[in-house]
Write a protein that binds this ligand. Structure first.
Ligand code: ZN
Length: 296
């Protein structure tokens, strides 16, 4: 007999990203149902959503490092919320939840992006399945740290992925973005159910994906104030190649800052509104080709 997986679908981890919150409401009316999956939903940060803010005290999606979860001196709203979610659905590292899917919006033009934090046969099959049925889907592997080291909420599960869809301004709903988020989430659940039952259809032997490399901050003056903004060349150009020597920053005094890399890389999270406080301008990813064929 095929065993069932415990799955948690999370929305509203960031209170002003509305698509996930809206989808949770719809799935309460019409529950998600897939064979061999026991699906629960969670609105992760209801207080921040009520206040129409990303968070109250601290970013909930950075609270789930082993260190922060274990630090009982951290008692602000999100730190306590993280500990409670970890207790209810984790604990991280020995989780009772087989899969967590966390839904996010970005103000950047990233389209429907599936963010994966671990690279094994399961993730590659999932990525291939989603892209086969949703060609506009982008696959982004964030592998700079181990799965356990990330502070992301989804790492509270044995497996965790994020659905990151944009462009959508904070605190609004866009129909195209909502539809893409719903479809990608349903495809992840469909894949998980089929995979558990050994009923996956043939998948492509290789997939085109991206792996994150680094983040670029705005140039700052001695007082920590930005000296430049993101150059218009980069606007709306997430996941399109940026060549060495192309403009990336427009200084307010008229100068232009150029990309000093030695290979073409692919901008992500260009001008993301949520990163303004940290002066992060964009991140860069490398395009990779991954084989899906043999299990490892
Ligand atoms: Zn978010």
């Amino acid at each position: 007999m095929t065993s069932a997986w415990q799955v948690l679908v999370v929305g509203g981890t960031h209170g002003n990203e509305f698509s996930g919150v809206q989808l949770l409401k719809q799935w309460q009316q019409q529950p998600l149902s897939f064979p061999n999956l026991v699906i629960q939903t969670l609105q992760a940060n209801p207080k921040a959503h009520e206040c129409n803010r990303r968070y109250i005290d601290d970013d909930l999606n950075r609270e789930f490092t082993p260190q922060r979860l274990a630090d009982f001196n951290l008692i602000n709203y999100e730190a306590l919320r993280a500990k409670s979610i970890n207790q209810q659905f984790g604990p991280k590292g020995a989780s009772q939840t087989d899969l967590v899917i966390d839904l996010h919006n970005t103000t950047s033009t990233m389209g429907p992006t599936l963010i994966l934090l671990h690279d094994s046969h399961w993730e590659r099959q999932l990525a291939a399945y989603v892209q086969q049925r949703m060609p506009e889907a982008v696959l982004l592997f964030e592998l700079e740290q181990t799965y356990q080291q990330w502070g992301y909420l989804c790492t509270v599960g044995k497996r965790g992925v994020m659905v990151e869809v944009g462009p959508q301004p904070q605190s609004v709903l866009r129909q195209d973005i909502l539809d893409q988020m719903r479809l990608m989430t349903e495809l992840i659940l469909e894949f998980t159910s089929l995979q558990l039952r050994n009923e996956l259809p043939p998948l492509p032997a290789t997939i085109e994906a991206f792996t994150s490399v680094c983040s670029k901050s705005l140039p700052l003056d001695e007082a920590g104030q930005p000296l430049a903004m993101v150059h218009q060349r980069l606007e709306g150009s997430d996941f399109t190649p940026l060549q060495p020597g192309e403009p990336i920053f427009q200084y307010f005094d008229g100068r232009v800052g150029y990309f000093d890399g030695d290979e073409p890389l692919y901008p992500t999270f260009v001008n993301e509104a949520a990163y303004y406080n940290s002066h992060m301008a964009f991140s860069l990813a490398r395009k990779i080709s991954l084989t899906v064929a043999a299990p490892n």
